[in-house]
Write a protein that binds this ligand. Structure first.
Ligand code: 13P
Length: 262
């Protein structure tokens, strides 16, 4: 069954992407710390996205807390003979509210096409999961000045197939590939410009969807750079990789998000 402890429209959102890290013992220690130190957040929804085998652990530890949870991928099909895949309905069975879609580490390593990503986005929505759609350019694309074109194209497959209204209550995470795991985050100016571009693009097609869309920034976020990033207009929070595996660092980022809300 789905959980009911998610605030539907928190002002800020901080999502932990644990990637392929953790084990039962480490997760328990990290989650216990999060539960203790994040329970007072009022304006910030915290979400933990763990590898599939740990979703039951997340459900059992987080179900009566203010922290929500999700997965890092979902099958594009509803069910069937797809060995190794995990369906949206299965994620719901373990109380997931969120799912990361199209992370560049997957689209690069497993050749996920924009069409696949679009299908996964829609399957997630159809099953009541909030999709966190990752978009972003490579360093070569940024240096060539085509980053907006690249991100625009990543959004276009979804828009042309399903319409811009599907972004209502969804999440887009701008994750420049050159910033992921490099320690080199986008500057507030770079992020501001791309986040504004994304909001404007959706807004020209459907202003209600644009207003109800959250746009996260991801890529080497830590509690120092979060201070400048989270006050930027159109940055609604962060998708955090490495620093989500360290309790103090992640909790620090969550508190920066909370304090950035006027
Ligand atoms: P890092 O925070 O480790 O750069 O990872 C970002 C990311 O990929 C979040 O999805």
């Amino acid at each position: 069954m789905s959980q009911n402890n998610t605030q539907k429209f928190p002002r800020k959102l901080v999502v932990a992407n644990w990637k392929m890290h953790g084990n039962l013992k480490q997760n328990e220690a990290l989650l216990t710390d999060f539960i203790q130190n994040l329970s007072t957040l009022k304006y910030t929804q915290v979400v933990v996205c763990a590898p599939y085998p740990y979703l039951a652990q997340l459900q059992s530890m987080l179900q009566h807390t203010n922290i929500a949870w999700g997965a890092q991928n979902v099958a594009k099909n509803e069910f069937g003979a797809f060995t190794g895949e995990v369906s949206a309905e299965m994620l719901r069975d373990f109380g997931c509210s969120y799912v990361i879609i199209g992370h560049s580490e997957r689209s690069t390593a497993y050749c996920e096409s924009d069409e696949n990503i679009a299908q996964k986005f829609m399957v997630a929505k159809n099953h009541g999961l909030t999709p966190i759609l990752c978009v972003g350019e490579t360093l070569i694309e940024r240096e060539a000045g085509v980053m907006e074109m690249v991100v625009s194209k990543q959004l276009d497959t979804i828009i042309s197939t399903y319409g811009a209204e599907v972004f209502t209550d969804a999440i887009i995470s701008y994750e420049p590939i050159w910033a992921i795991g490099t320690g080199l985050a986008a500057t507030p100016i770079q992020a501001k410009s791309m986040h504004q571009f994304i909001r404007n693009k959706i807004s020209t097609l459907n202003s209600d969807a644009a207003n109800r869309l959250k746009i996260l920034y991801g890529g080497s976020v830590n509690r120092q750079n979060a201070v400048q990033l989270f006050v930027v207009p159109n940055i609604d929070g962060g998708l955090i990789g490495k620093c989500s595996l360290n309790a103090q660092e992640f909790e620090g980022i969550c508190h920066v998000a909370e304090n950035s809300v006027e």
